[in-house]
Write a protein that binds this ligand. Structure first.
Ligand SMILES: Cc1cc2nc3c(=O)[nH]c(=O)nc-3n(C[C@H](O)[C@H](O)[C@H](O)COP(=O)(O)OP(=O)(O)OC[C@H]3O[C@@H](n4cnc5c(N)ncnc54)[C@H](O)[C@@H]3O)c2cc1C
Length: 468
């Protein structure tokens, strides 16, 4: 329910942020209250848009004084209903979008929270460095949102999640106090590492205003598209490729044949990089500082894979545009899946070694419940992270009727396999209650204790992650 805001609060907010720093125009509010997924809708009386850390601090202090709840928002690309306001004041960080500084010798840069990921990537590139986080929403998703969801993406295999790419952070705490932790130090053992509290907190502990990010040497990539017979071969292939290429394997994505068909039917100009009757594809990348080395390493690894029969056919991209065309197929799967029909989508992880058995068992259980179901199972196999979707054409009603039972069945199977029902997208409101049941009680109680200690008034994105 939308909060009724005290007139004195509203007047003070407008005064603190100036005419460009807020809107209550219903047409403009809509973009902040409509989520990427069709079922996600929120509401808010006002969107506040601070332009500096000082303005953000003044805003949060006002909210604390008047007991007004806040939902921080970046690019609004989140998938778990964490960044949509449900009555709270929406604090859009998009005006805080500058790269404050780049330190080439320290391999670090300070970027404001509302900067889109592409801005950070471009700033690194300009000084011949790499900021390696990469995902399908990178044109819109912001540094603050990526930190708050501890985003993953396609390069986790080599560089880790967003948490692993942080050196420091600047945060407005729920009291309105500013914590300046922007140090670019790699060694700093001086007590609790506070930045890790805010990474993955989904805006429940504070408003991130800037972060110090790690930079890496720029690399050249060799990209291959491979056809495989089964998920079991895909997992064995990953091990074999890593035996040959070690940590230079940057991405390793599994793609089912039917997803390629969906993309080609839906997105003009796309084509199957390697038509085949086999059921599975792998899109993989190896990267080195030297282009020839990257290609040679990939060729050697694929040569070994052919000898063992794990790979039936493969093509290595001859140019950047060929590599981009391959990635286009991968990145547009979510969109094309939506165009195809109904789907029940899960972002899950299991140990890499158990992926083939998980797919077999889970699919069989789903089919028992809904014999007409089909599947699109793709994602970051190198991280054990599958985007597991049960699909059906739009005219069928099976998924709508059985979605509760199917979700339960999938969650139970994931837990049986020692996995997680939220691999990289987070908790939000969507999975809060389910995770409260699945997590060890001690973990949930510790989370609640942290939330109560840092945000005693419960004004920072309440009811996401854990309820208190
Ligand atoms: C097409 C598509 C592909 C995607 N691919 C991936 C993928 O491969 N891997 C992956 O991990 N995710 C993926 N996502 C999910 C999404 O892009 C990420 O969750 C992203 O990190 C969200 O960033 P955002 O700026 O849009 O945050 P929002 O959606 O605006 O917010 C997300 C959460 O962060 C909080 N938040 C935002 N800014 C701040 C701030 N400054 N301070 C405190 N809290 C804040 C919000 O309150 C909310 O809880 C994808 C999404 C789409 C639509």
């Amino acid at each position: 329910m939308t909060q009724t805001l005290p007139p004195a609060f509203l007047a003070a907010l407008k005064d603190a942020l100036g005419p460009k720093g807020w809107t209550d125009d219903p047409a403009k509010l809509e973009e902040h209250t409509t989520g990427f997924r069709a079922f996600m809708h929120g509401e808010t009386p006002i969107v506040a848009m601070p332009a500096s850390t000082e303005e953000a601090a003044a805003l949060v202090k006002l909210c604390a004084e008047h007991r007004v709840a806040i939902t921080p928002q970046g690019g609004n690309t989140g998938l778990v209903d964490a960044g949509l306001p449900h009555g709270e004041v929406c604090v859009s960080m998009r005006r805080m979008n500058k790269v404050r500084s780049v330190d080439v010798f320290n391999n670090s840069m300070v970027v404001e929270a509302g900067a889109p990921l592409v801005t950070a990537q471009a700033a690194a590139n300009e000084v011949n460095r790499l900021f390696p986080l990469s995902l399908g929403s990178e044109g819109t998703a912001t540094i603050g949102g990526l930190i708050s969801t501890n985003a993953g993406g396609v390069n986790v295999l080599r560089y880790g999640m967003m948490r692993d790419l942080l050196l420091g952070m600047e945060v407005v705490l729920p009291s309105g106090e500013i914590w300046d932790g922007l140090s670019g130090l790699r060694k700093n053992n001086t007590g609790y590492d506070l930045k890790h509290l805010f990474a993955g907190a989904e805006g429940t502990l504070g408003l991130i205003t800037a972060a110090t990010l790690k930079l890496f040497p720029k690399v050249q990539r060799a990209t291959a598209w491979v056809t495989c017979e089964s998920p079991s071969d895909v997992v064995s292939l990953l091990a074999l490729v890593r035996d040959h290429a070690g940590d230079t394997v940057t991405s390793f994505e599994i793609i089912p044949a039917n997803a390629v068909d969906m993309v080609i039917a839906d997105i003009q100009g796309t084509r199957d990089p390697l038509p085949s009757n086999l059921g599975w594809r792998v899109l993989m990348e190896v990267s080195f500082t030297d282009e020839a080395m990257a290609r040679q390493t990939l060729e050697t690894a694929l040569g070994a894979a052919f000898e063992t029969g794990l790979v039936q056919d493969a093509v290595i991209a001859e140019s950047l545009s060929q590599a981009k065309a391959m990635w286009m197929v991968r990145e547009t799967i979510p969109m094309s899946k939506r165009a195809y029909g109904n789907s029940l989508n899960q972002d899950l992880s299991v140990p890499v070694s158990r992926i083939p058995e998980f797919i077999e068992v889970c699919n069989a259980r789903v089919l028992e419940q809904l014999p007409t179901a089909d599947f699109v199972i793709f994602g970051h196999v190198g991280d054990g992270n599958l985007h597991y979707s049960v699909i059906e054409p739009p005219e069928k009603m099976g998924l709508r009727e059985h979605s509760g039972a199917l979700t339960r069945l999938i969650y139970d199977t994931v837990m049986e396999f020692g996995g997680s029902i939220s691999a990289e997208h987070g908790v939000g409101r969507l999975k809060r209650d389910e995770l409260a049941k699945l997590r060890p009680v001690a973990a949930t109680e510790t989370m609640r204790a942290i939330k109560r200690a840092i945000d005693p008034l419960n004004i920072m994105n309440p009811n996401r992650v854990v309820s208190v």
